[in-house]
Write a protein that binds this ligand. Structure first.
Ligand SMILES: NC(=O)c1ccc[n+]([C@@H]2O[C@H](COP(=O)([O-])OP(=O)(O)OC[C@H]3O[C@@H](n4cnc5c(N)ncnc54)[C@H](OP(=O)(O)O)[C@@H]3O)[C@@H](O)[C@H]2O)c1
Length: 323
């Protein structure tokens, strides 16, 4: 099959070994579209190796068609149009995935839009509701509000009546976040977000992909009993923690990664999406925000766009490009 290989730091669409399988609980998909995630940029640079047993090929999510099922898979059939959360292997014509990580398309959705759903909605759901344990009316601070994850998280906050405040890198991104349902926001290039978030009312949960450079300010704006959910390290991996503030305000710091979770746990997260998010996608209350798409053999251009922080929402790659 054809797949993306990293050759001398370049992304090259070329012949690669077709993955073996499916084993009993897996399915083989013919890939239509795959999503670009920030993690793909880190993986190609050698900073984010795939978990043991996962494909070395980039790509954490796809949409496509089931072409083969393992002997124990009962709920999927060849010909089914689906989307899937992967631990790797999406930038390819075919991928093998555990059937628990496969979801039907929301009614009325095509394969293109469906490829923009798994990674960002699973990440946002996992961290806001499962790790963050949002209680009714609690307030959320979302950093990188216009990222793929951010645009899903804003919409989930709005749908479940949690006021949310975003930080972003431009005024155009701020306007896009407001349009999606953010209450208020702050352009991070204008200095510290502390004053603006405190004036807004502070945060009970912070979804933070930045890490080191934001830790002190995150602690300042996190309310008593607040949860700081760390999902990325774009601003560095070390910083000083104010344990006095942490203790007195009963703050909790939670590290969270979706990719390394087992298929069983991923299945639980995706079941929650099917129950709570899919109906809202079907009704139009939630929607994937697609920034731009490229053909898979132009993956390099798509990565450059994401690396330049130019996207608002998801960037997709067309593999077969079926709609
Ligand atoms: N732990 C997990 O399970 C998990 C799962 C999925 C994603 N993630 C993480 O979540 C984040 C978003 O992922 P994505 O694929 O949705 O990202 P994305 O669409 O590529 O967006 C990332 C955005 O982050 C902002 N940013 C970049 N460097 C920054 C810095 N140093 N400080 C503050 N903001 C910065 C930029 O937006 P502005 O111009 O607005 O600043 C950039 O466009 C990534 O860090 C990713 O690794 C974690």
């Amino acid at each position: 099959m054809l797949a993306i290989a990293v050759e001398q730091e370049r992304l090259v669409w070329r012949e690669c070994p077709t993955p073996e399988g499916p084993s009993a609980g897996e399915v083989r998909l013919r890939v239509a579209w795959t999503g670009v995630n920030r993690a793909d940029l880190m993986q190609r640079e050698g900073h984010y190796p795939p978990p043991p047993g996962a494909s070395e090929i980039l790509g954490l999510e796809v949409s496509g068609t089931v072409i083969e099922t393992g002997t124990e898979v009962e709920h999927l059939r060849p010909g089914d149009r689906v989307c899937a959360l992967l631990s790797g292997g999406g930038y390819a014509e075919e991928v093998i995935v555990d059937a628990r990580q496969v979801m039907p398309l929301p009614e009325g959705f095509g394969l293109r839009e469906a490829a923009a759903l798994p990674e960002v909605f699973a990440t946002a759901w996992l961290n806001l509701f499962m790790e963050g344990q949002l209680a009714p009316g609690e307030r959320v601070l979302l950093h990188a509000g216009a990222s793929g994850v951010g645009t899903a998280a804003i919409q989930l906050c709005r749908a479940f009546s949690h006021p949310c405040f975003v930080t972003v890198g431009s005024d155009a991104k701020l306007a896009a976040c407001r349009e999606l349902g953010a209450d208020d926001g702050f352009n991070r290039h204008r200095g510290s977000f502390v004053e603006a978030v405190m004036a807004w009312g502070g945060a009970d949960v912070i979804l933070d992909p930045v890490g080191g450079s934001y830790l002190a300010d995150n602690q300042r704006v996190l309310n008593s009993d607040g949860r700081l959910i760390l999902i990325g390290l774009m601003g560095g991996r070390t910083a000083e923690l104010d344990m006095g503030r942490m203790l007195m305000k009963r703050q909790r710091l939670i590290g969270s990664t979706l990719r390394a979770k087992s298929p069983a746990v991923k299945g639980v997260i995706l079941d929650a999406l099917l129950a709570h998010v899919w109906p809202r996608l079907i009704s139009g209350e939630l929607k994937p925000l697609i920034d731009r798409t490229w053909p898979i053999d132009e993956a390099e251009a798509a990565h450059t766009h994401v690396k330049q922080d130019a996207n608002i929402g998801k960037v997709l790659l067309a593999v077969s490009g079926e709609g």
